[in-house]
Design a protein around this ligand. Structure first.
Ligand SMILES: Nc1nc2c(ncn2[C@@H]2O[C@H](COP(=O)(O)OP(=O)(O)OP(=O)(O)O)[C@@H](O)[C@H]2O)c(=O)[nH]1
Length: 596
């Protein structure tokens, strides 16, 4: 790496040298238009007087990122990284009470620009650090990022208002910020700037992790560790140049007790797809690969267990996008979906159905073929990939990454039926993997739940995926905009780290899930049919299909999920083959009779 391009003066490792070096990186980055496209960078402000610090803006983030050099020690310059949330963004609810107070100060926005002057900003809102080591002799650079996955702080005695009401219960959470997620854009920007200057990927790249305890403060403001609240700290090291980085890494890791993270379909693989690692996405490359319209369609993967509400999600998504004159393409691969997409007939969209089978077990190029077919028909702004209710999205990850030349993977959205969540967690491992792989979890059917149940399920979701954004929904009514704010499919991979080390990827076969389809030859008596549904074996989790009831003018779609059911009248002009698809455990061993 030619460091002189970045820093032509002599570098003797002083505080001022490190500060000037980083200033030079930031300025170089801000003149590179392609960086904006690659990293979502929108601009920066260099505050030089009276205390130098820098603030940056990124797409998708309402708040402002900050960076300041705090010390130079044994050849490492340590920069603290900050995220100052906007006073009206939802993330502020996750910040501590004292941070929220600061954010509502009338001069808050003004102060951010020169945040290094204000202890109340410097002491709060920190999301991690970057240690930088510059070696002019070997023209090498080492960057070492540290951040906790989530910074959680508990209030031991709770927090009371003046009139003695708790705003935070004793031992309750005061702060719960996804620090690592917030660090990604700033890291992406700095690394991509360096890779583009060096015109090469880092020659050294390693990930480490360490389990730590969260913090708790008492009534006197004294902080201690909370024994029963572990958190994960992540470290990312990357080096440019010919150095082996062994001795610098040894120095950095001394006394830290970190573990190297294994190569898996995890953060490691994900980061290697980042624009600073995978330089195939050069300006020329990326232009050549985009479509005639100049942008790749977004892809949103929709997962969720049987009957959780995925179809509702599709309906709403198409509706919102159509209002904005955006066109949606859908790739579906549903067990027994035949004839059931009637629900979506009123909408304008393009549909590609993949072969009968299960996306979770074998895709073998099917997905790419599906995308190609869709794009040859129309050019959608968004492609929704609806997986089957028994698909394991982890099995999709490698296939999805291979599609990155044609689509921008936006998020994995997992729809969770709140009413069945805790039951499913006990019974089906795939359900847990669906949760762990999500960037966004729609906690659906909250209209059928009490507040305490919702909170319990939210807690369970949090325990299984600390990174995903959880949104309470009824009929999956959520605006696509809310999803795009969910950080571009980064957390799926991070979530997989938090899950217990478990190398087995489950498929529906692990859970003994299968389906059977029975024809329904007769018109049905509604009461008898309801009684039939009420007496189905508990191993049958989902039934759907089309039937005709006596004395009713149209056919009905049957929707049965774990003991609850509804019948939705079809359009008058729709007459379909009558059938029922049953999905559940050990269906092959069950002798099911069609209703009469
Ligand atoms: N009460 C209530 N019912 C809901 C809600 N969302 C979906 N449902 C019902 O749940 C049933 C299943 O919804 P779908 O959208 O078909 O679920 P799905 O995930 O596509 O189902 P599969 O195709 O089996 O994977 C239907 O009867 C819906 O009307 C909700 O928020 N509240």
């Amino acid at each position: 790496m030619n460091l002189l391009e970045l820093y032509p003066s002599s570098f003797d490792g002083s505080f001022e040298d490190y500060r000037a070096f980083m200033r030079s990186v930031l300025i170089k980055g801000s003149y590179d238009g392609m960086l904006k496209k690659l990293t979502g960078y929108k601009g920066m402000y260099l505050c030089q007087q009276p205390k130098e610090c820098w603030t940056l803006k990124f797409d998708q983030f309402e708040g402002i990122f900050g960076m300041v050099l705090v010390e130079v020690n044994e050849g490492f310059g340590t920069f603290y990284l900050y995220y100052f949330p906007s006073p009206d963004e939802p993330l502020l609810d996750k910040c501590s009470l004292s941070e929220a107070l600061v954010a509502h100060d009338k001069d808050y926005r003004e102060k951010i620009r020169s945040f290094a002057l204000y202890p109340e900003l410097l002491e709060q809102f920190c999301i991690g650090s970057l240690s930088l080591h510059v070696t002019m002799a070997s023209q090498s650079l080492l960057l070492f990022y540290e951040s906790v996955l989530r910074e959680r702080v508990y209030a031991k005695e709770g927090v009371l208002t003046k009139d003695k009401r708790y705003v935070i219960e004793p031992e309750g959470l005061d702060k719960d910020v996804p620090s690592f997620r917030l660090l990604l854009p700033i890291m992406n920007f700095l690394n991509t700037t360096l890779s583009r200057i060096a015109t090469e990927a880092p020659s050294y790249f390693e990930l480490f992790k360490k389990r730590e305890k969260s913090m708790m403060y008492d009534g006197k403001g004294v902080f201690t560790c909370k024994e029963d609240a572990p958190t994960l700290k992540l470290f990312i090291a990357l080096g440019y140049g010919d150095d082996s980085f062994d001795s610098s890494m040894e120095q950095l890791l001394m006394g830290r007790h970190v573990e190297v993270m294994h190569e898996r379909m995890s953060l490691n693989a994900f980061l290697q797809k980042a624009p600073w690692y995978d330089l195939s996405e050069t300006p020329l490359g990326s232009i050549a690969r985009t479509s005639s319209r100049g942008v790749k369609p977004k892809m949103v993967v929709v997962t969720g267990f049987l009957g959780s509400g995925k179809t509702n999600f599709l309906q709403n998504y198409i509706e919102y996008e159509t209002e904005k004159n955006r066109f949606v393409g859908i790739i579906q691969n549903e067990i027994g979906k035949t004839g059931l997409d009637g629900k979506l007939v009123d909408y304008d969209y393009s549909l590609v159905e993949m072969d009968e089978g299960c996306v979770c077990c074998s895709l073998a190029g099917q997905l790419r073929a599906g995308v190609n077919t869709l794009m040859s028909k129309t050019y959608p702004d968004t492609i929704l990939l609806e997986t089957t209710g028994v698909a394991n999205p982890f099995n999709l990850l490698s296939e999805l990454h291979e599609l990155e030349d044609v689509v921008d993977l936006e998020a994995i959205v997992t729809v969770v039926d709140g009413c069945s969540a805790l039951y499913l967690a006990e019974e089906y491992t795939i359900f847990l993997d669906q949760i762990r792989s999500a960037d966004v979890i729609l906690l659906n059917k909250v209209d059928r739940m009490h507040e305490e149940e919702i909170v319990a399920v939210e807690q369970f979701l949090y325990e299984n995926n600390r990174c995903a954004k959880v949104i309470r929904t009824i009929q999956c009514d959520v605006h696509p905009h809310t999803l795009s704010n969910a950080l571009h499919a980064t957390t799926a991979q991070i979530a997989s780290l938090v899950a217990e080390e478990d190398e087995v990827i489950h498929t529906h076969l692990h859970d003994n899930l299968s389906s059977i389809k029975l024809s329904v030859a007769h018109v049905l008596n509604k009461e008898r049919f309801e009684s039939y549904l009420q007496h189905l074996p508990s191993t049958v989790f989902r039934v759907k299909g089309i039937v005709q009831f006596e004395n009713e003018p149209t056919q009905s779609v049957v929707q049965y999920v774990n003991g609850t059911y509804e019948f939705v009248a079809q359009h008058e002009d729709q007459v379909n083959e009558m059938f029922l698809v049953y999905i559940g455990k050990h269906m092959d061993k069950l002798y099911l009779q069609a209703p009469v």
